[in-house]
Write a new protein. Structure first.
Length: 313
């Protein structure tokens, strides 16, 4: 019988965990003739009673495993840790907020068992609960990264997906420090079937991702899977050099023919501020890539484990 590992990154999810466990337990009972289950929870430095809830679940159910970080390392570190410690033939990544319906695992498992697909992934058909600004920026992000990246980024793609062991091993073979899982899932290839669904409202609690965290995450994705911004910065530099050369010729000719003095200090100051802003913007782009390279060369661990279910007495 095949084994399914459910990887669940958690950050301040004490309210959601009992409900989530109840739902995935229903799924495991429904599939008990098809597959065995293990639940791999990753406590990403939660400040509430998430770790206590995980300890209780691990004592109650031997299928429950957990990894607790020494501090908050971020969701990407949580996904990586879960994938590295999962032992199943199939591995799925899920959020504990129940916005992704666990019951879809039945269809996803049957798809991988009966077809040649290596992954069954989900994408949302709506953005329920998103603010107007977040909807606009999400649309722009997928539009931009779809044009500048050679790796396909599917609009509305969720982290909820069921993958074969072969695909997960391919993902884990990439040891980069700066990780963008949606891009990595796509980069490794393998045949993927997409399932569309409507996002549900959170049962309890609130989202831990605010606009600025999502914005930073979007920048992470662009920097990780495209060098087009660097080309853009270079082209802007060339363009401004050409414009400056043309303006110099124009001023010289104008002065020689009409004898007009060179004036216009207000406009000159505006131009200087504009050009200075463009230079800083382009320098920022280069600096972002340099910062990522700097972090990669340090070879620091992506996460540090403080406790697991094995430490329970």
């Amino acid at each position: 019988m095949k084994k399914i590992s459910i990887v669940v990154p958690c950050y301040n999810e004490e309210e959601s965990l009992p409900l989530f466990y109840e739902e995935v337990n229903k799924v495991s009972k429904k599939m008990e003739q098809k597959a065995d289950f293990e639940f791999v929870f990753v406590n990403d430095g939660s400040k509430d009673k998430t770790l206590e809830k995980l300890r209780e679940l691990a004592k109650k159910d031997k299928r429950v495993r957990y990894i607790s970080f020494s501090r908050n390392f971020g969701k990407e570190a949580g996904i990586l840790a879960g994938l590295e410690h999962a032992t199943g033939d199939y591995i799925t990544t899920m959020d504990a907020d129940l916005q992704d319906p666990p019951m879809l695992l039945v269809e996803m498992f049957d798809t991988l068992e009966e077809t040649e697909y290596d992954c069954c992934a989900t994408k949302s058909t709506n953005r329920k609960g998103y603010s107007f600004l977040r909807k606009i920026f999400t649309k722009w992000f997928y539009s931009i990264i779809g044009k500048i990246s050679k790796t396909e980024m599917v609009p509305g793609a969720r982290d909820f997906r069921l993958m074969t062991r072969q695909m997960v091993d391919a993902i884990l073979s990439m040891k980069e420090y700066n990780r963008y899982s949606k891009g990595l899932f796509s980069f490794v290839g393998f045949q993927t079937k997409w399932i569309e669904f409507d996002i549900e409202d959170r049962k309890v609690g609130t989202s831990k991702f605010n606009f600025w965290k999502l914005f930073s995450y979007a920048i992470e994705g662009i920097v990780a899977f495209s060098t087009t911004p660097l080309v853009f910065a270079a082209l802007v530099g060339v363009l401004f050099c050409v414009i400056a050369f043309i303006l110099i010729i124009f001023i010289i000719v104008k002065t020689l023919i009409w004898g007009d003095p060179v004036g216009g200090w207000p406009s000159m100051v505006c131009i200087m501020f504009f050009v200075g802003g463009v230079q800083l913007f382009c320098t920022g782009i280069i600096g972002e890539y340099l910062a990522k390279t700097y972090l990669e060369t340090k070879h620091r661990p992506v996460y540090i484990i403080k406790e697991t279910e094995k430490d329970l007495k």
